[in-house]
Design a protein around this ligand. Sequence first.
Ligand code: HEM
Length: 347
Amino acid sequence: MQDLYYADYIELDTILNSQHPKSFESLEEGNDEMLFIIIHQVYELWFKQILFELDLVRHIFIRDRINDNSDDLSRVVQKLKRIGKILELINQQVSVLETMTALDFLEFRNVLLPASGFQSKQFRLIEAKLGLKMEQRYKKEYYKYTRRGSLSEADLREVDQAENESTLKDLIVRWLERMPYLDEQYWQEYKQSTPVDHGDRHKFWADYRNAYKTSLSGNEADRLAEFDKVFFETGRGNVPPAALRAALFITLYRNLPIFHLPFELLNTLSEIDELLSNWRYRHFMMVRRMIGLRVGTGGTSGAGYLEGTVSQHYAFREITEVATFLIERSKRPVLPDALKEKVSFNV
Ligand code: HEM
């Protein structure tokens, strides 16, 4: 058998013969279009790796049961942390492109019309598979495939399909809802400290609500009604109350060994949201320097549109903002020993 050759193994010819600037032919007239093409290609390669890891994580969760005691959860956390590292890297890459000036960009900007990163199907798939929905998107009218500069009909269909399959957010919510930490068998010894009867509300939550109430300052009194709404009535966004209760519980008692990995998982989701939004912000700032207030090649309002996505496009906002409802460590209800010792690792 013939030895495998490096260039063949990684199909280098295909990759290195895929840069075809449209604004110049010879090196003498060369400009930054080469950098512009290469940096987009590098991004798309990293997007591909992110999608690969994301699909793997979703696949682990999609199986009926995820065994928290096995390698499953640590693999999930490891893959999500890797996605975080890639996002850190692609954040740094913005500064390479920033060595190009606004005038350098104008030398070739018109040749790419109406193409734009807006049409990056892989970027849209990452957003959709994480859990961002079309109805949450800023200026969703930009996505109509009939609009010049939008995604093609086929690409949009794929994004739509990804949104409607189990997204990472859907899967995390289902997993959170299955947490068995409030099963009565672990709470028989628990002494409720709050006399208030909260109907069918678990005694732990009756006590916690009271501790939270005491922790609020005068100008935050309306937070208590918010607490009831988020954890016992409507939930928040598209996350139901039971999942948010589990997220809060894990965050509160993350020092317990059984919650180490679940907490790391939730924390990594918030980190991914944050790193993606850092990228959106850096890209927006770069765009403002590059084209000022001009419209984008993809026909949106440009920097104004991108600024809107920074404040609106988060997949795990509800989970991150559970922090609103934390209290001091020393004020937390003390958990019954039965729960600490016996709670099942299998959820
Ligand atoms: C000179 C450099 C760049 C400029 C001036 C620029 C400009 C823009 C503008 C104006 C938009 C809004 C859509 C439009 O009207 O075109 C946009 C969207 C986008 N660009 Fe860039 N871009 C640049 C570099 C990059 C790079 C290197 C990437 C990496 C893949 C990228 C990825 C994206 C993505 C994913 C979007 C969609 C963002 C969203 O809708 O949330 N851009 N870009």
